[in-house]
Design a protein around this ligand. Structure first.
Ligand SMILES: [Zn+2]
Ligand SMILES: [Zn+2]
Ligand SMILES: [Zn+2]
Length: 235
């Protein structure tokens, strides 16, 4: 499956190693009770988009998304929060997280690893720390975020907010969830939570590395190659 997305073999191995080292339930049952992070199938989308279920006693309970500052502290993008069939958009970031909420996050393996303690109970964090103390002595290395080296590929600076469509989905008669604009050529495609993942497909076929969200109120940039948030240059 991963090969079908033409992801570099080393990249796959690196991501899987990182997830394994951090005990993600996809690959290993650690902690043995309810897994902290559950992927909807291990594929290219799972490497980048993961859903965290908020469980009792984890530090994230009762915090708002702005309290957690997942983007500025950990380099993780919150796509949405799901509760009892209701979806909160990122703009509702003053909603306090409650047990049972599902938080859809986008980021690289290292970013997920660095934030994992927010979604573990104190006992699990303790167990995890003990389990990895010997095996991974330089655990801090996972916290160093790689940088994007593709910013010279950004040619579009005027990004619309809202009012756009995924033209490829329109032609197919399909719907989409969120839209991303390619900052190299201006292509607008749907996100990885959408059925057709046209933004990712555009990256695979064009090698244009960076997209920016065109959702109202969002201006984050994402590099597909480095799997990191791309900072906006200060004018
Ligand atoms: Zn990059
Ligand atoms: Zn689409
Ligand atoms: Zn493009």
């Amino acid at each position: 499956m991963l090969e079908a997305y033409q992801i570099d073999q080393d990249e796959i191995a690196k991501d899987i190693d990182l997830m394994r080292a951090n005990g993600y339930a996809v690959l290993r049952e650690d902690p043995p009770d309810t897994p902290a992070i559950v992927c909807d199938g291990l594929d290219a989308a799972c490497i980048q988009v993961r859903t965290v279920t908020i469980r009792p006693d984890v530090p994230a309970v009762g915090q708002t998304l702005s309290d957690l500052a997942l983007d500025s502290t950990y380099g993780l993008i919150v796509e949405e929060v799901q509760r009892n069939g209701t979806t909160f958009k990122v703009n509702d970031s003053e909603v306090q997280l409650a047990v049972g909420d599902r938080v859809v996050l986008m980021g690289g393996a290292a970013q997920f690893a660095s934030s994992a303690d927010l979604f573990r109970t104190p006992a699990e964090t303790q167990r995890h720390t003990e389990a990895t103390a010997i095996a991974v002595p330089q655990q801090g290395e996972a916290l160093i975020q790689p940088l994007c080296t593709h910013q010279h590929m950004i040619h579009i600076t005027d990004v619309p907010q809202g009012g756009q469509v995924c033209e490829e989905c329109v032609r197919l008669g399909d719907r989409w969830v969120h839209l991303r604009m390619c900052l190299t050529c201006g292509h607008i495609g749907c996100c990885d939570s959408s059925k057709n993942k046209h933004a990712t497909k555009h990256y695979r076929t064009s090698d244009h590395p960076i997209v920016q969200s065109v959702e109202p109120g969002e201006d984050w940039r994402w590099c597909f190659v480095d799997e990191v948030l791309v900072p906006k240059k200060r004018q």
